[in-house]
Design a protein around this ligand. Structure first.
Ligand code: SF4
Ligand code: SF4
Length: 435
């Protein structure tokens, strides 16, 4: 509903304008009960009402009702929000915090003057969702790592005066050599259907093995897998930053680059899957995009019921819930059930497993202090489990937790669930080979 339409006579016009003004009815659905507060990472760390979901909703509603404008203070509290949507999972009133946040950020993005934190954000948003550009950037970084320059630069203290560059450098894993995927992986046995795989932007360049394992496992589960060439970005980062028009363009382009005659579109990146499943909310009149969204599944949803040939993996592992899998897609059981099926694997509970690790898209680059505090909390819990492997279904979480583990010298592997499953399949095959 347009805020202006509900304005009392004599009141100030609301600070939000069409299109995409945050829904005033949804803002008013918050009954200020505070149940969400203990689930909010920024509230847990700062203890400030305005850095809680309730406080942020209060600010959004005040702006919608014309009591405040799009001020720097308002922007600051929104900037600190991770968009993790833990508050949505907790809220008994069903307040759709994620879409309200995205719509409010879009208002700032469109109308407020440039803000100080936005330069690095704009750089990241111009590179990460562009697979070609990201690949071109990573090629010299591969050389920078392999030549020893990275170690030299870190030891010399070169980055001490550039904390955001240092944050970017610390996040960078060993950049793998590019190896393209085939356009089709045939199902083992009689196909049960046909799926199309999203290979992501960060995932395809930094974790190509995750895509390879995903395609292989889906094929073992009986799916014919197509991997459309030329597929671009899902737009998740733009959506979270309030770049709604760019997000819509990316959504339309991505949907049109996938075949329509597949049973499912599969993703192994929680952030991508969450954004894709919400295409219908932002593009309700585009039937093709709505149908594409309805076909989207996380890989764990398809593998959960599959009959996979699994062999023993003798390891203690713990599972971190990626926010956009647990809160964005309400997927918690399937990845755990998959891991529990691996013979020999001991799955131990991770305290606060649903609390954000601080990655949150590009949050760890633009809000490094809060991100590091959340990462420290996450690593403390992981170390407490004594697990040798931590598992998470999102590349951002993998990068963030691996960065923290490296910095602390922890003996910890950080893996996507499909990587552990693929190891288990390989163990099964090795057993078969020696018989
Ligand atoms: S999205 Fe996450 S950080 Fe933002 S208010 Fe909700 S729980 Fe807090
Ligand atoms: S739990 Fe829901 S209704 Fe209660 S304060 Fe949080 S957002 Fe508002």
């Amino acid at each position: 509903m347009d805020a202006a339409a509900t304005m009392p006579v004599g009141a100030q016009p609301g600070a939000f304008t069409a299109p995409d003004a945050p829904d005033l009815d949804a803002l008013r659905a918050c009954v200020h009960c505070g149940i969400c507060l203990p689930q909010c990472p920024t509230y847990l760390v700062l203890g400030e009402e305005m850095d809680s979901p309730r406080g942020r909703l209060y600010l959004m509603r005040a702006a919608a009702e014309g009591r405040i404008g799009l001020s720097d203070v308002f922007a600051h509290h929104l900037d600190l929000c991770l968009g993790c949507r833990a508050c949505e999972s907790a809220c008994p009133s069903g307040v759709p915090f994620g879409s309200l946040l995205e719509a409010t950020r879009a208002q700032f993005e469109r109308r407020a003057p440039a803000r100080t934190s936005s330069r690095l954000a704009r750089f990241a948003l111009s590179v990460f969702p562009e697979p070609g550009r990201l690949g071109a950037l990573l090629a010299p970084l591969r050389l920078y790592q392999r030549s020893g320059l990275q170690s030299l630069a870190r030891r010399s203290g070169l980055f001490d005066h550039f904390p955001r560059i240092a944050a970017l450098d610390a996040l960078l894993p060993i950049v793998p050599t590019a190896s393209p995927l085939p356009e089709r992986v045939a199902a083992h046995g009689t196909p049960r259907g046909r799926v199309a795989l999203l290979i992501g932007c960060v995932q395809r360049h930094l974790y190509p093995g995750v895509n390879r394992d995903t395609a292989r496992l889906l094929a073992l589960a009986g799916w014919d897998v197509v991997i459309p060439s030329g597929q671009g970005c899902c737009g998740a980062l733009d959506l979270h930053a309030g770049g709604l028009e760019t997000f819509r363009t990316r959504a339309r382009t991505l949907a049109s680059s996938f075949p329509e005659d597949v049973d499912f579109v599969v993703t192994n990146a929680a952030g991508c899957g969450s954004a894709m499943k919400e295409y219908g909310h932002w593009l309700p009149d585009d039937a093709d995009v709505v149908a594409f969204a309805a076909r989207t599944r996380d890989v764990s949803e398809l593998l959960a019921t599959a009959d996979l040939p699994l062999g023993p993996v003798d390891v203690t592992a713990t599972y971190h819930d990626a926010c956009h899998l647990a809160h964005g897609q309400r997927i918690r059981r399937e990845p755990r059930a998959l891991l529990e099926r691996i013979p020999g694997l001991r799955l131990v509970d991770l305290p606060e497993s649903e609390l954000c690790c601080g990655s949150a898209g590009i949050y760890n680059l633009v809000q490094p202090d809060m991100a590091d505090r959340l990462l420290a909390r996450k690593l403390e819990h992981i170390a407490g489990t004594r697990a040798r492997v931590v598992v998470a279904g999102n590349p951002g979480c993998l990068l963030q937790i691996a960065k923290g583990a490296r910095a602390r010298g922890l003996d910890l592997e950080v893996l996507h669930p499909v990587e552990l499953l693929a190891r288990s399949v390989e163990a099964h095959e090795r057993r078969g080979a020696v018989r």
